[in-house]
Design a protein around this ligand. Structure first.
Ligand SMILES: O=C(O)CCC(=O)C(=O)O
Ligand SMILES: [Fe+2]
Length: 322
């Protein structure tokens, strides 16, 4: 659990690994099962009008997911992510995954106990959240690469505060990075620059030439964070981090969730948040997975076909990013 020395480490280093916070059997397996079902459903129906995909019933869930990714050239991914797309247009029927097992993970007691130690007892589930599946680099064809850049490829250097709107600059945002299978240096685990949260928010590039924090700003001191299912990596919103390429033969599968204090802006106000824990008004906690799913569908209806606020605050034409 979050003993004081782990908290001190977090403040000092900008990240900490919480070992064995989640029970793989009761916290992670239901999510994996829920995804196995969703993958099976997408394979049967086909994706975006494509043909059904045959899956090996004996293969592990992560391998069936990878197979579906490969066969659909990444097109199945949006239906499995737990948020609406940030870049692509939102349509009235843009699919996303809103299953009750994921909702229960968002509200997991042990996870919220740890989060409470960092940001206090009034906790919003912040809508900046993703499921990520990183296929082996060598299995990604050129055709698939376009689809699989941000959430399924190597993650470029960034600070999480850079992907929320400026109204959240003072929000105590905390990221919880949750592996569903072993995350290793070989299969593309997270990489951090210890202590970099003390450097403040730095310029991020978003040009064809350069994505994220330029290499020379990141510097040389980069530490890989291999973790196992059950562990949770907590990240400060200003820690510089990235992920390694997946050079293994298997998939790297993870969730990243975010939490923030109930009275502070989430940084994505056009997406739904919910009160995951409140010691002062426990009756207002959201406990119904159906209501959670409905809140995302309502956001989708509102946003379909509309311009969304920009969430990158940097000038894409910045000459320093050329
Ligand atoms: O999983 C990754 O590759 C990157 C995750 C990340 O940037 C985050 O959790 O904030
Ligand atoms: Fe991040």
């Amino acid at each position: 659990m979050m003993n004081p020395s782990l908290l001190a480490e977090f403040r000092d280093q900008g990240y900490v690994i919480g070992k064995d916070i989640l029970d793989p059997e009761t916290a992670l397996k239901p999510v994996i099962d829920e995804y196995a079902e969703a993958v099976g459903r997408l394979a049967r129906t086909g994706v975006h009008g494509g043909p059904p995909v045959e899956l090996d019933a004996d293969a592990a869930p992560v391998d069936r997911l990878l197979h579906l990714m490969r066969e659909t050239h990444g097109a199945c991914f949006q239906a499995l992510d737990i948020t609406l797309p940030m870049e692509d247009d939102i349509l009235p029927d843009t699919p996303l995954h809103l299953g009750p097992a994921v909702f229960r993970l968002l509200r997991n007691e042990a996870l919220l106990d740890a989060v409470e130690a960092f940001i206090g007892p009034e906790i919003l589930s912040n809508p900046v959240q993703h499921m990520r599946i990183k296929p082996p680099e060598r299995a990604i064809s050129e055709k698939n690469r376009a689809h699989t850049l941000t959430l399924t490829g190597r993650t470029f250097w960034h600070q999480d505060l850079a992907v929320v709107t400026e109204d959240a600059d003072d929000t105590d945002l905390i990221s919880a990075w949750i592996p569903l299978n072993e995350a290793t240096a070989e299969n593309g685990c997270l990489l951090v620059v210890p202590g970099s949260h003390r450097r403040g928010l730095v310029r991020h590039c978003d040009t064809p030439a350069y994505q994220g924090i330029p290499d020379d700003v990141v510097g040389e001191h980069r530490v890989p964070l291999p973790v196992s299912p059950g562990d949770v990596i907590f990240l400060h919103p200003l820690i510089m981090h990235a992920s390694l390429p997946n050079l293994s033969d298997g998939g790297r599968w993870s969730f990243d969730l975010r939490y923030s204090p109930a009275d502070m802006p989430t940084g994505r106000r056009w997406y739904p948040d919910f009160l995951a824990r409140s010691r002062s008004r426990p009756g207002d906690e959201l406990t119904d997975p159906g209501e959670w799913a409905a809140s995302w569908r309502a956001a989708r209806r509102t946003l379909a076909g509309r311009e969304r606020p920009r969430f990158h605050r940097w000038d894409p034409a910045d000459p320093l990013c050329a």
